[in-house]
Design a protein around this ligand. Structure first.
Ligand code: TXE
Length: 478
């Protein structure tokens, strides 16, 4: 049985407690590796390693920091296939998706921030004849990066890369459900020449080792992606010590389909946005709000494409839809489908567990529901699985009201050929990320994050560089 180890001070080591957790393969339900059950003793070791590395890492010339991170990006590319296989096995996601999206994006994250720091400039404010102010973006010191299981290496590196680029030392914790690629990253970091202690990777349970990272007084900031309830706990703990926090939380994202849109393209993209990664992406569009005059036409085309989705063994190259992350999560998703039935919804397609090729893992069919009130639980709560609800609307006003009618505000796709309407609606929808006639088209320079209960703060581009640094103004009298 493969034993995953913590990565502290450039060395792989077992947790201080010497105890391990079981790691399941979602496609089969089998235990296939063991994960350190780390605790605050491991956090203390990681903090000590990071403290001794900080001074030289933060003072390294920017070009040299950039060179090491670019090297790490190249190594991720070089090991793309191995990493994609590991990601697929650990998450149940199709290998094709891991190859096309997860792993290339992890490399892109390092490459993007390695280049961003070389081009980054700070501001100066001249008081004519009196003084000059210049603002230094000083690294924070030690920061914590806590990431979820749905896009493991993609989201872990989305945090770690800007943190390291700005000269911080990192204590990273991937999800206990998907530790494998973060573990493999440690080895690549060493090979890229990252000095020991600059990046430390701890594994284990959120409330135990995750919380110990948040609570450690020497950890200056926490960047977190995960569930809204966990974000609330982390936000409260961090506030006690006045730590900076960036919280990327859940979503209940609407796709708003106006009758004048390119319906064929809207259907094709809505299938992707509903079911990519089995619906386990915070950006997935789980409420499709459709103008009544094209409702039936949209529904017919949408259902046809959903029925054609290649569901099955994630290790086959042509699979488009794999297994859910865990038995608990599968039961949660099935529970929501059951509740939707009780609340009067009609299941148009899917609705149950399946066992493709007799695999014993956690597969749930892509599920489409109609006939539910916008206020019922499945239209309000984040299912984070392959369940989408169709909701008709009759006016622009109603569409905006339904789109805004949840506690979340992460992303929204608006489908229309009317440019004025696209802007008008976009400005009134309470979401941090708006796509017009597209979905998940990402430019890493743009601010990324949610409004309302979808989060606090923004990631990406300059926002990330600002988050992982502290402005220090220096005023020099002339
Ligand atoms: O996430 P958690 P879970 C949503 C989705 C899902 C729900 C719960 O709705 O069903 O959240 O998923 C660590 N202190 N999203 O339970 O628990 C944990 O170990 C510090 C949305 O898997 O939030 C993991 O590394 N850390 C989402 C990370 O937090 C703690 C992606 C996320 O786990 C902690 C995933 C604590 N007290 C789930 N408790 C998105 N927005 O992309 C847990 N952790």
């Amino acid at each position: 049985m493969k034993k995953i180890l913590n990565y502290i001070a450039g060395e792989f080591q077992p947790p201080d407690s010497k105890t391990f957790l079981e790691n399941y393969e979602p496609a089969t339900g089998d235990i296939y590796s063991e994960v350190p059950d780390s605790d605050k003793a491991d956090v203390a070791m990681a903090v000590a390693a990071a403290e001794s590395a900080f001074s030289s890492w933060s003072q390294l010339p920017i070009a040299e920091r950039s060179r090491i991170l670019l090297k790490l990006a190249d190594l991720i590319d070089e090991h793309q296939d191995r990493l994609a296989q590991a990601e697929s096995k650990d998450t149940g996601k199709p290998i094709a998706l891991a190859r096309a999206v997860d792993i290339p994006r992890a490399a892109a994250n390092f490459r993007f921030f390695a280049s961003a720091i070389v081009n980054h400039s700070s501001s100066a404010h001249v008081m004519e004849g009196v003084a000059v102010n210049y603002t230094r973006q000083a690294p924070l010191g030690i920061v914590g990066c806590i990431s979820p299981w749905n896009l493991p290496l993609y989201l872990f590196t989305w945090k770690v890369a800007p943190a390291l680029a700005m000269g911080n030392c990192v204590i990273g914790k991937p999800s206990e459900l998907t530790p494998m690629t973060a573990y493999m990253l440690g080895e690549l970091a060493t090979r890229a020449g990252l000095p020991p202690g600059v990046l430390n990777i701890l594994h284990g349970l959120g409330p135990k080792v995750g919380q110990a990272i948040v609570e450690h007084p020497r950890v200056k900031a926490i960047s977190f992606t995960g569930g809204t309830n966990t974000g609330r706990i982390i936000g409260k703990l961090a506030a006690d010590q006045f730590k900076k926090v960036s919280l990327e939380l859940g979503g209940k994202n609407p796709n708003v389909i106006f009758a004048d849109c390119d319906l064929e393209e809207a259907i094709r993209t809505s299938v992707l946005s509903a079911f990519r990664n089995q619906g386990e992406i915070c950006l997935c569009g789980s409420r499709i709000i459709i103008e009544a005059s094209v409702y039936e036409e949209f529904k017919e085309g949408f259902l046809k494409q959903v029925r054609e989705l290649k569901v099955g063994n994630p290790y086959r190259d042509d699979t488009a839809f794999g297994a859910l992350i865990s038995e608990d999560h599968m039961n949660k998703v099935l529970g929501y489908i059951h509740k939707a039935r009780e609340e009067g919804g009609t299941i148009l397609v899917g609705g149950g567990r399946i066992h493709p090729e007799d695999l014993g893992g956690y597969f749930v069919e892509p599920t489409v529901i109609e006939g539910l009130d916008p206020d019922c639980s499945i239209n309000q709560e984040e299912v984070f699985g392959p369940v989408v609800s169709l909701i008709p609307f009759s006016s622009e006003e109603e569409a905006i009201s339904v789109a805004n009618g949840t506690a979340y505000g992460l992303s929204c796709s608006i489908w229309t050929r009317d440019v004025s309407r696209a802007h008008r609606v976009a400005h009134r929808v309470q979401s941090g990320v708006i796509w017009v006639n597209c979905w998940m088209l990402r430019d890493l320079r743009t601010p990324f994050g949610g409004m309302k209960q979808s989060g606090v703060g923004r990631e990406g581009g300059d926002e990330a560089l600002r988050f992982f640094s502290e402005p220090q103004n220096i005023c020099v009298k002339q």
